[in-house]
Design a protein around this ligand. Structure first.
Ligand SMILES: [Fe+2]
Length: 170
Protein backbone atom coordinates (compact mmCIF):
# COMPACT_ATOMS: atom_id res chain seq x y z
CA UNK A 1 0.00 0.00 0.00
CA UNK A 2 1.30 3.47 -0.87
CA UNK A 3 1.55 6.33 1.57
CA UNK A 4 -1.64 7.86 0.21
CA UNK A 5 -3.68 4.92 1.45
CA UNK A 6 -2.46 5.37 4.99
CA UNK A 7 -2.77 9.12 5.08
CA UNK A 8 -6.16 9.60 3.54
CA UNK A 9 -7.97 8.26 6.62
CA UNK A 10 -7.01 11.37 8.60
CA UNK A 11 -9.98 13.68 8.73
CA UNK A 12 -8.62 16.75 10.51
CA UNK A 13 -5.16 17.98 11.26
CA UNK A 14 -5.89 17.43 14.95
CA UNK A 15 -6.24 13.72 14.18
CA UNK A 16 -2.57 13.50 13.37
CA UNK A 17 -1.41 11.86 16.60
CA UNK A 18 2.16 13.02 16.57
CA UNK A 19 3.31 16.62 16.41
CA UNK A 20 5.86 15.37 13.93
CA UNK A 21 4.12 15.20 10.60
CA UNK A 22 6.99 13.16 9.19
CA UNK A 23 9.12 11.38 11.78
CA UNK A 24 12.67 11.08 10.49
CA UNK A 25 13.82 7.49 10.26
CA UNK A 26 16.09 5.02 8.54
CA UNK A 27 13.51 4.43 5.84
CA UNK A 28 14.22 7.96 4.58
CA UNK A 29 18.00 7.55 4.45
CA UNK A 30 18.96 6.80 0.88
CA UNK A 31 22.77 6.67 1.01
CA UNK A 32 24.09 9.92 -0.49
CA UNK A 33 25.02 12.14 2.49
CA UNK A 34 24.31 15.52 0.87
CA UNK A 35 20.85 14.39 -0.25
CA UNK A 36 20.08 12.72 3.06
CA UNK A 37 21.01 15.79 5.07
CA UNK A 38 18.92 18.05 2.83
CA UNK A 39 15.97 15.67 3.08
CA UNK A 40 16.32 15.75 6.85
CA UNK A 41 16.21 19.54 6.80
CA UNK A 42 13.12 19.46 4.58
CA UNK A 43 11.42 17.08 6.98
CA UNK A 44 12.22 19.48 9.83
CA UNK A 45 10.65 22.34 7.85
CA UNK A 46 7.53 20.27 7.10
CA UNK A 47 7.23 19.30 10.76
CA UNK A 48 7.58 22.92 11.86
CA UNK A 49 4.90 23.95 9.41
CA UNK A 50 2.59 21.27 10.72
CA UNK A 51 3.31 22.29 14.29
CA UNK A 52 2.35 25.87 13.42
CA UNK A 53 -0.95 24.56 12.05
CA UNK A 54 -1.62 22.44 15.12
CA UNK A 55 -0.94 25.37 17.39
CA UNK A 56 -2.86 27.76 15.25
CA UNK A 57 -4.54 30.83 16.42
CA UNK A 58 -7.41 31.71 14.10
CA UNK A 59 -6.27 35.29 13.66
CA UNK A 60 -2.66 34.66 12.80
CA UNK A 61 -2.49 31.18 11.33
CA UNK A 62 -2.89 32.21 7.71
CA UNK A 63 -0.20 34.85 7.86
CA UNK A 64 2.14 32.53 9.76
CA UNK A 65 1.45 29.71 7.37
CA UNK A 66 2.16 31.78 4.24
CA UNK A 67 5.31 33.15 5.83
CA UNK A 68 6.57 29.67 6.79
CA UNK A 69 5.83 28.23 3.34
CA UNK A 70 7.48 31.17 1.60
CA UNK A 71 10.50 30.80 3.85
CA UNK A 72 10.84 27.14 2.92
CA UNK A 73 10.67 27.56 -0.84
CA UNK A 74 14.26 28.69 -1.28
CA UNK A 75 15.57 25.71 0.60
CA UNK A 76 13.38 23.38 -1.46
CA UNK A 77 14.78 24.95 -4.65
CA UNK A 78 18.36 24.51 -3.45
CA UNK A 79 17.66 20.88 -2.67
CA UNK A 80 16.03 20.21 -6.04
CA UNK A 81 18.95 21.88 -7.76
CA UNK A 82 21.40 19.65 -5.86
CA UNK A 83 19.55 16.53 -6.94
CA UNK A 84 19.28 17.70 -10.53
CA UNK A 85 23.00 18.47 -10.76
CA UNK A 86 23.85 15.02 -9.44
CA UNK A 87 21.42 13.41 -11.88
CA UNK A 88 22.92 15.38 -14.76
CA UNK A 89 26.43 14.44 -13.68
CA UNK A 90 25.69 10.73 -13.84
CA UNK A 91 23.39 10.87 -16.88
CA UNK A 92 20.39 9.55 -14.95
CA UNK A 93 17.88 8.45 -17.60
CA UNK A 94 14.86 9.62 -15.55
CA UNK A 95 16.20 13.18 -15.17
CA UNK A 96 13.52 14.98 -17.17
CA UNK A 97 10.68 13.16 -15.47
CA UNK A 98 12.21 13.82 -12.06
CA UNK A 99 12.62 17.50 -12.89
CA UNK A 100 8.94 17.65 -13.83
CA UNK A 101 8.03 16.29 -10.41
CA UNK A 102 10.14 19.01 -8.80
CA UNK A 103 8.59 21.72 -10.96
CA UNK A 104 5.10 20.41 -10.23
CA UNK A 105 5.77 20.57 -6.51
CA UNK A 106 7.04 24.17 -6.63
CA UNK A 107 4.09 25.16 -8.83
CA UNK A 108 1.65 23.61 -6.37
CA UNK A 109 3.23 25.44 -3.42
CA UNK A 110 3.18 28.78 -5.27
CA UNK A 111 -0.44 28.18 -6.27
CA UNK A 112 -1.31 27.54 -2.64
CA UNK A 113 0.34 30.78 -1.52
CA UNK A 114 -1.27 32.81 -4.31
CA UNK A 115 -4.67 31.37 -3.45
CA UNK A 116 -4.28 32.29 0.20
CA UNK A 117 -3.02 35.76 -0.61
CA UNK A 118 -5.96 36.37 -2.91
CA UNK A 119 -8.40 35.55 -0.13
CA UNK A 120 -8.91 31.79 -0.16
CA UNK A 121 -9.57 30.23 3.22
CA UNK A 122 -6.69 28.31 4.72
CA UNK A 123 -7.13 24.55 4.70
CA UNK A 124 -4.05 23.48 6.67
CA UNK A 125 -5.21 19.90 7.00
CA UNK A 126 -5.41 19.42 3.24
CA UNK A 127 -2.06 21.11 2.72
CA UNK A 128 -0.05 19.24 5.34
CA UNK A 129 -1.46 15.92 4.15
CA UNK A 130 -0.46 16.83 0.59
CA UNK A 131 2.98 17.77 1.90
CA UNK A 132 3.45 14.55 3.84
CA UNK A 133 2.15 12.44 0.98
CA UNK A 134 4.38 14.16 -1.59
CA UNK A 135 7.56 14.22 0.49
CA UNK A 136 7.29 10.60 1.59
CA UNK A 137 6.38 9.17 -1.78
CA UNK A 138 8.92 11.34 -3.61
CA UNK A 139 11.77 10.26 -1.34
CA UNK A 140 10.72 6.64 -1.09
CA UNK A 141 10.07 6.12 -4.79
CA UNK A 142 11.56 8.76 -7.10
CA UNK A 143 14.59 9.79 -5.07
CA UNK A 144 15.35 6.22 -4.11
CA UNK A 145 15.32 5.18 -7.75
CA UNK A 146 17.67 8.06 -8.58
CA UNK A 147 20.02 7.42 -5.64
CA UNK A 148 20.21 3.70 -6.39
CA UNK A 149 21.22 4.55 -9.96
CA UNK A 150 23.78 7.15 -8.81
CA UNK A 151 25.33 4.77 -6.30
CA UNK A 152 25.55 1.99 -8.87
CA UNK A 153 27.22 4.38 -11.32
CA UNK A 154 29.48 5.72 -8.60
CA UNK A 155 30.66 2.23 -7.81
CA UNK A 156 31.49 1.77 -11.48
CA UNK A 157 33.13 5.11 -12.04
CA UNK A 158 34.32 5.99 -8.56
CA UNK A 159 32.98 9.53 -8.62
CA UNK A 160 31.46 9.89 -5.18
CA UNK A 161 33.70 12.89 -4.56
CA UNK A 162 32.53 14.45 -7.80
CA UNK A 163 28.86 14.13 -6.89
CA UNK A 164 29.63 15.92 -3.64
CA UNK A 165 31.36 18.64 -5.61
CA UNK A 166 28.46 18.96 -8.04
CA UNK A 167 26.17 19.32 -5.04
CA UNK A 168 28.36 22.04 -3.52
CA UNK A 169 28.23 24.00 -6.75
CA UNK A 170 24.43 24.15 -6.47
FE1 LIG B 1 13.71 14.63 -5.98
Amino acid sequence: MGYRGRIIKLKRVQDIPDKELIPWGKRLVLGIPIIDSQHKELVVLANELNYKCLRHNKDTVKEGFVCAVRGSINYVKVHFSTEEKIMERVGFPGLEQHKLQHQGFIAKILEEIEGLESGHALAPNRFVIFLKDWVLSHIAISDKEMVDYVLAEAAKRNFVAETEQAAKAS
